[in-house]
Design a protein around this ligand. Structure first.
Ligand code: PRP
Ligand code: URA
Length: 217
């Protein structure tokens, strides 16, 4: 019997689309080989990106159809920027770009210290005009929330004001930490799991996302 997933949490969108849920279950399967794992992360990222971009602002855009003039709409402002948290967030980039091919790509390098579970940062690069752009921060795993909270802090220091965090599996502990640190950041996820184990892994989870994506287990 699956545990009960909260259907509504303030600031969190759990994408319950059947295709997303089907793919997340395949992703959890320990027997999924690296190639399949990579493909599933990519496909889930594309489906989540549909939700993550649902509130982008639009402005009028005139076009000439073969029959008459028409005023449609276009996404307002500078190009959207997607920012993977290295390493595992890299696996989500191409899926998002398939929906938003013009998006810019920044990078944030962080790893979780094995003993303290606190993030250690090693790289940061985003477009200079951050205040004028909408950002989607990518990481398949929201565990303690340390990495995502630190990444959002870095983005805000660079001037970013509009940030959505997109992950595949979230732990309740991570959601709470990220929401407390950054209540303005909306979280889009495909699963909210039961808890963290004593090593800071999400259970049931899917294991170490970076290792499974890049075959470094
Ligand atoms: C994983 C994952 C997140 C982080 C989540 O990365 O991809 O970035 O852990 O954990 P947290 O919410 O407790 O911070 P990891 O530190 O293993 O680095 P890697 O992607 O380089 O393997
Ligand atoms: N990072 C992962 O890759 N998996 C977890 O379960 C927790 C952190």
């Amino acid at each position: 019997m699956p545990h009960e997933t909260p259907s509504r949490i303030d600031g969190v969108t759990l994408v319950s689309h059947p295709l997303v849920q089907h793919k997340v279950t395949r992703l959890r399967d320990r027997s999924a080989p690296t190639k399949l794992f990579k493909e599933l992360v990519d496909e889930i990222a594309m489906l989540l990106a549909y939700e993550a971009t649902a509130s982008l602002a639009l402005e009028p855009y005139p076009v000439e159809t073969p029959l008459e003039s028409h005023v449609g709409v276009t996404v307002r402002g500078k190009k959207l920027t997607v920012v993977p948290i290295l390493r595992a967030g890299l696996g989500m980039v191409e899926g998002v770009l398939r929906l938003v091919p013009g998006a810019r790509v920044g990078h944030i390098g962080l790893y979780r210290d094995h003993d303290t579970l606190e993030p250690v940062d090693y790289y940061f690069k985003v477009p200079g005009d951050a205040a004028d752009r909408a950002f989607i921060l990518l990481d398949p795993m929201l565990a303690t929330g340390g990495s995502s909270a630190a990444a959002v802090t870095s983005l805000k220091k660079a001037g970013a004001e509009q940030i959505t965090f997109m992950c595949i599996v979230a732990a309740p502990e991570g959601i709470q930490r990220l929401r407390e640190a950054h209540p303005d950041v909306h979280i889009i996820c495909a699963a909210i799991d039961r808890e963290l184990n004593s090593h800071g892994y999400i259970v049931p989870g899917l294991g170490d996302a970076g290792d499974r994506l890049f075959g470094t287990r």
